[in-house]
Design a protein around this ligand. Structure first.
Ligand SMILES: Cc1cc2nc3c(=O)[nH]c(=O)nc-3n(C[C@H](O)[C@H](O)[C@H](O)COP(=O)(O)OP(=O)(O)OC[C@H]3O[C@@H](n4cnc5c(N)ncnc54)[C@H](O)[C@@H]3O)c2cc1C
Length: 445
């Protein structure tokens, strides 16, 4: 007998409250869903295992919260959700970017647009977003029960109720249940993936969860000395065993163990695949078929000045060296580069930083320009789920009705936010999924 058809031991008594809607998980998707259901005058209970809702929301965008991405045209926006766009169309036709901006603006939160369309609250605080959502729930009389750790859900088809069991053994009955337990990234925020097990026992197919949009750790020992340096307008080219792969442009942040920032997060999935895949695969080099060596080396070449070719960059460097001919090269380069990067780059180019500019030799200038155009960053691994911005995987999309967010297996259960298997880049696209799916679930339950 499947879990779906099991009759739970506990059946509601005459006195027992049956909620119209129980939302499990107080992240952005759950809060939006609960608020909207409450606005429609449903009796809503939100269960959150932490002592406070929205723990992950408060650390989004480095504490500033990248709420959405300014792409009001639905099709342009959907193009960012590779392979999921056909599923998401009906949902985004109801509530997309324009509705999100209006939703927050109507509640006193205006947003600023930053490069690549990223939208942040003008306060630059995720707390402002948190306040809007908690006020929204309050206005809809949503009962929020924190420290409520759900251990399982079943569906009683005779009573037509979803039965929610908490770890203390108590049970709660609901006509509809919105599952908003999130994925598995940053588990310390409460997103530990329990929801996936319950969904599997109800008969859903759950695609294996893994880290996605994750910082990259490097083997290079000099990295720890440049932690915190941010580079804008750079180019990153991925190589696997010296074979060129993909090129990315944008912004880079050095961390204590490697690299991060939006551009790096967006390339992390491909880097992960290159690290693990195709050992022993055949590939074409010239006209000959070769085999990829057993151990894959993935290197990222950092071009710090993609706007200049080697010749122009050499001229620029020469101008600095000539105008400051009596200075040491290590001091002159600080006007050219973030100061923390000067020593490691000089070492990589094998140029002595104590050399006076007038004594820098031609081959040393060439070496320096070559390094500035291609700093080799040797990848050791991707950081794990505890550092990932989102996790990949989740409920397979064909099992969800995106007009309502109802499960096609148990229609009394609604699925929102990170529990869904939707690939997306960094840039406000994850939270937009929470606003869209949360609003629609709250609107239809
Ligand atoms: C560091 C970081 C920065 C990010 N920055 C951005 C950004 O700027 N813009 C963007 O678009 N996206 C960002 N994201 C991604 C975004 O935060 C997530 O996509 C989003 O939080 C998912 O929301 P959710 O409501 O689906 O789940 P979650 O936010 O994961 O919330 C799930 C909630 O369910 C609760 N829960 C889980 N299991 C149970 C249980 N058994 N019982 C009761 N409660 C339970 C959890 O405690 C949690 O509060 C970031 C993620 C991280 C980690």
């Amino acid at each position: 007998m499947s879990a779906k058809t099991k009759v739970p031991a506990v059946t509601p008594t005459a006195k027992e409250v049956v909620w119209d809607v129980v939302v499990i998980g107080g992240g952005p998707a759950g809060m939006m869903a609960a608020g909207r259901a409450g606005e429609r005058r449903k009796r809503v209970l939100l269960l959150e295992k932490n002592s406070k809702v929205g723990k992950k929301l408060l650390i989004t965008g480095g504490g500033r919260c990248n709420v959405t991405n300014n792409k009001p045209d639905v099709r342009t926006m959907l193009a960012k959700y590779t392979k999921s766009d056909q599923f998401l169309f009906s949902a985004f036709s109801q509530f997309a970017v324009a509705e999100t901006i209006r939703f927050f603006s109507d509640r006193g939160m205006e947003m600023n647009e930053e490069p690549e369309g990223r939208m942040f609250p003008v306060t630059n605080k995720a707390e402002t977003v948190w306040n809007v959502l908690t006020e929204y729930m309050k206005a809809g009389r949503v009962k929020v029960q924190t420290k409520a750790n759900v251990s399982g859900i079943t569906f009683n088809k005779f009573l037509h109720r979803v039965i929610i069991t908490l770890t203390d053994g108590s049970t709660i009955s609901a006509r509809s249940c919105i599952l908003a337990t999130g994925g598995t990234s940053h588990p310390e925020t409460g997103s530990t993936g329990e929801g996936f097990g319950w969904l599997e026992s109800l008969g859903h197919e759950v695609i294996k969860n893994d880290a996605a949009l994750v910082p990259i750790a490097l083997k290079d020992s000099w990295i720890h000395s440049v932690a915190g340096v941010v580079l804008k307008d750079i180019k990153l080219t991925i190589f696997k065993n010296d074979i060129k792969q993909q090129v990315y442009k944008g912004k880079l942040l050095f961390t204590h163990v490697g690299i991060s920032g939006p551009t790096v997060l967006n390339m992390s999935r491909e880097v992960g695949e290159l690290l693990t895949s195709s050992e022993g695969d055949e590939y074409l080099k010239g006209n000959a078929v070769s085999k990829v060596p057993k151990k894959s080396d993935v290197t990222i070449m950092l071009d710090m000045f993609p706007m200049f070719d080697h010749g122009v960059l050499r001229e620029k460097l020469q101008t600095v060296l000539t105008t400051e001919s009596n200075k040491k090269i290590k001091n002159s380069l600080s006007s050219f580069l973030p100061p923390l990067l000067v020593a490691p780059l000089l070492e990589l180019a094998q140029v002595d930083g104590e050399t006076f500019n007038h004594s820098v030799r031609s081959f040393e200038r060439t070496a320096l320009v070559s390094i500035l155009k291609a700093v080799p960053l040797h990848v050791s691994k991707l950081l794990g789920k505890n550092k990932a911005v989102v996790s990949s995987g989740g409920v397979t999309l064909r099992e969800v009705n995106f007009k309502t967010m109802q499960s096609r297996i148990v229609p009394e259960i609604y699925l929102v936010g990170d529990v869904l298997n939707i690939n997306r880049p960094s840039g406000g696209y994850s939270l937009q999924l929470c606003w869209t799916t949360g609003y629609i679930a709250g609107n239809s339950c």
